[in-house]
Ligand binder design. Structure first.
Ligand SMILES: [Zn+2]
Length: 237
């Protein structure tokens, strides 16, 4: 690969809240090559080991330097009545025009960007699937820092939001399919030791006659379900 190419590029975007046009860094897709993926979709990237901070996780949130409104590309462009004013009052009035979020980010800056987006999203009453995506990714950043307590805390919030999304159905307008979401909720319950709940969600999908698109998740659910069943049987012996 040509080492002269900057893995990051400036994406021009327009703030959903104040219409200010700004640049924010994104990772070129050719540099987003996965080395490995864990059972909850946490992905390690091949080019993340050379200190260049080109993990796409760091650049998921857009932070408007003008008003401070922070959001992922999944955010709803529509604001419920009164929520724009509420964000301006709670965020913009305290905003000091920080523009370093638009530059190369380290993990500390990325964490702050997620916290801003979570705050703005909760004021805006953003869809649960969007809030879940923010909490899950923040939890992954803490995992890379081996900050287990924070990782677990935000993973717990992600699980709550994923379940809310599953029952409300708002994921249907996102890139998340019902099968993938059921698997992920099951897997997060399994990681928290809630085996009964995990089984409930895995068993929703393990008997599905497989559409090719989501076969991976059905197979993962089967693997985890059988592993849990094995552990259960061993406990009873
Ligand atoms: Zn703005």
């Amino acid at each position: 690969m040509n080492s002269d190419i900057d893995p990051l590029y400036d994406k021009t975007t327009k703030c959903l809240l104040c219409d200010h046009k700004f640049h924010t860094k994104k990772v070129r897709s050719r540099f987003s090559l996965a080395r490995s993926m864990e059972t909850d979709f946490f992905t390690e990237y091949i080019h993340d080991t050379n200190g260049k901070n080109i993990n796409p996780l760091l650049y998921y949130v857009n932070v408007c330097p003008s008003c401070g409104y922070s959001y992922s590309d999944e955010a709803n462009t529509y604001f419920l009545s009164g929520t724009k004013e509420a964000i301006m009052e709670k965020i913009t009035t305290h905003w000091k025009g920080q523009d370093y979020f638009c530059d190369v980010r380290n993990k500390k800056v990325a964490i702050d960007s997620y916290k801003l987006a979570i705050l703005a999203g909760s004021i805006k009453k953003e869809r649960p699937i969007v809030m879940a995506g923010l909490h899950m990714r923040l939890s992954w950043i803490y995992r890379t820092l081996e900050m287990t307590e924070e990782e677990t805390r935000f993973k717990g919030y992600a699980l709550e939001q994923y379940e809310k999304s599953y029952f409300q159905g708002d994921f249907q307008n996102s890139s998340m399919s019902a099968i993938r979401l059921s698997y992920l909720i099951g897997e997060l319950h399994r990681q928290f030791g809630n085996f009964q709940k995990a089984s409930q969600f895995f068993s929703k999908i393990i008997h599905i006659k497989q559409p090719m698109k989501d076969r991976l998740f059905i197979e993962l659910a089967r693997d985890q379900w059988y592993d849990m069943a094995k552990v259960n049987r061993a406990k009873k012996v």
